[in-house]
Ligand binder design. Structure first.
Ligand SMILES: Nc1ncnc2c1ncn2[C@@H]1O[C@H](COP(=O)(O)OP(=O)(O)OP(=O)(O)O)[C@@H](O)[C@H]1O
Ligand SMILES: [Mg+2]
Length: 445
């Protein structure tokens, strides 16, 4: 009743030479809840539509339960799609809307028992005789879900099904969708640009950028070991702090990462990860610090693996149970272009075809494809840092979470401790170099 969905090097271009999905490979297990996550325009809906058979696959192969399915008509795929704009027939009651696909599938059969069972499951029995215009947005979305469920499909394909709803309803329906799909044990591919939604729903999350898969893994793995700076910045709230750093590794002194006016001194003996940073000597890197990696405390309170910084309080964001403190530490933020600009840059067409079959070439292509161009903006090595006036103006360069009971005011100079166990370092192209990429997320679980 549930099915495996596999995409092998699947590509799609609407304009010749400009792929919107570029060699995507994904294996979705039967009964799995997989979330496709990425910014607007990165190709999420196109992937879903190719799985549904509503969009032709230009290149690559789709397998359903191991069977080649590129040319299988949508009606033979046994999948139900739920869209953002719940497309209900306005002239039909909820009962008829839910029963309609059943009548098409089996014209002689009475749809009533299945419609009633579905309505009970969704708690919408009292809405069955109303028309869509007489329903609230959340109720309409439940009816749309009912229409998808009643068919007993072998997979659900959901394209931002909750984005038209208010936050409270969204949270409730999110929990319902999660419970329902797990109860039914049906493979679900769920598209969203909302990272919080992706993290709370998915068994695994696949992060797309400019049509290229960046990483696929459990929410925990994607958060704790992002493969590049784009994933690190896209996943997690508040957004990870990304600072421009410079590695200094003198032969006769302590290794440091300079952050503008201050530096992080890496403790001796160096950990394996920090030793690997030595090759970056003299190079600019991107330092990633999630807000939980930094705490407000005096240097004397430092535990092993914590190093001191100071920060000037520039802005306080009161959140009720916690406060987000924006500090100025004298460092410059690194910029991840796609997260500042809404549209991804098109791919270079010459990367589309593999001409060489060597292993090295394939590895290079794969590494290049994962990146989809540079994911962060840094000056080339040796070039003087840009003057502060050209930096995007953000209040503070380091955001730290704290409890509301710590008395803080604008302009205060505050001691901070950075936990180096939570330090991320990315190279100039945005790939993670610390923790070492050899530490695969799945081995961490
Ligand atoms: N039929 C089409 N013809 C031409 N270009 C298209 C077509 N459908 C999608 N595109 C383009 O392909 C790219 C990917 O679109 P897609 O709808 O898959 O993005 P998305 O990730 O679902 O975005 P959103 O989060 O905004 O829904 C976009 O640049 C879009 O403009
Ligand atoms: Mg879309």
């Amino acid at each position: 009743m549930t099915r495996a969905i596999s995409l092998h090097d699947v590509s799609k271009a609407f304009t010749r030479g400009v792929p919107v999905v570029d060699r995507l490979s994904l294996d979705i297990a039967p009964g799995e809840f997989l979330v496709l996550l990425g910014p607007s325009g990165c190709g999420k809906s196109t992937v879903l539509r190719m799985i549904a058979g509503l969009e032709e696959i230009d290149d690559g192969r789709l397998f359903l339960d191991g069977e080649y399915a590129n040319d299988l008509p949508p009606s033979d795929r046994d999948m139900a799609m739920v869209f953002q704009n719940f497309a209900l027939y306005p002239s039909m009651t909820s009962r008829d809307n839910i029963g309609f696909p059943l009548r098409i599938e089996s014209p002689g059969a009475d749809p009533a028992p299945r419609v009633d069972a579905t309505a009970r499951m969704l708690g919408i029995e009292d809405l069955l005789d109303r028309f869509p215009a007489q329903l609230s947005g959340g109720e309409r979305q439940r009816v749309a879900m009912g229409r998808a469920i009643a068919r007993h499909p072998s997979a659900f394909l959901m394209d931002e099904p909750l984005s038209n709803l208010d936050a409270k309803l969204r949270n409730r329906l999110r929990a319902e969708i999660s419970q329902l799909t797990r109860e039914l044990g049906v493979t679900t591919v769920y598209v969203t640009h909302d990272q919080a939604e992706a993290m709370s729903l998915g068994d695994r999350v696949a992060v797309l950028r400019g049509g290229v898969l960046q990483q696929v893994g459990t929410p925990r793995a994607v958060y704790s070991l992002p493969s590049n700076v784009f994933v690190a910045a896209f996943v997690g709230t508040p957004r990870i702090n990304l600072l421009r750093g410079l590695v200094r590794a003198p032969l006769d002194g302590a290794m440091t990462i300079s952050l503008g006016k201050q530096f992080l001194r890496l403790p001796e003996p160096l950990s394996l990860d920090h030793r690997l940073l030595r090759v970056q000597q003299g190079r600019e890197v991107i330092v990633g610090l999630r807000s939980e990696a930094v705490r407000i405390a005096k240097p004397a309170a430092a535990s092993t693996g914590e190093v001191a910084l100071t920060g000037l309080v520039e802005h306080l964001e009161f959140q009720g149970h916690e406060v987000l403190v924006h500090f100025n530490t004298g460092s410059s933020p690194a910029v991840v272009p796609e997260l500042e600009a809404p549209r991804p840059r098109p791919e270079r067409p010459d990367r589309r075809r593999r001409r060489d079959g060597t292993v090295l070439h394939r590895l290079r292509v794969r590494a290049g494809a994962r990146r989809a161009g540079t994911v962060a903006t840094l000056d080339p090595p040796g070039k003087a840092p840009r003057p502060p006036s050209t930096e995007p103006r953000v209040p503070g360069d380091l955001i730290v979470r704290t409890t509301p009971d710590i008395p803080l005011r604008h302009g205060m100079q505050v001691p901070l401790l950075v936990d180096l166990a939570h330090l991320f370092v990315f190279d100039q192209s945005g790939e993670r170099i610390c923790p070492s990429p050899a530490r695969l997320p799945d081995l961490e679980e």
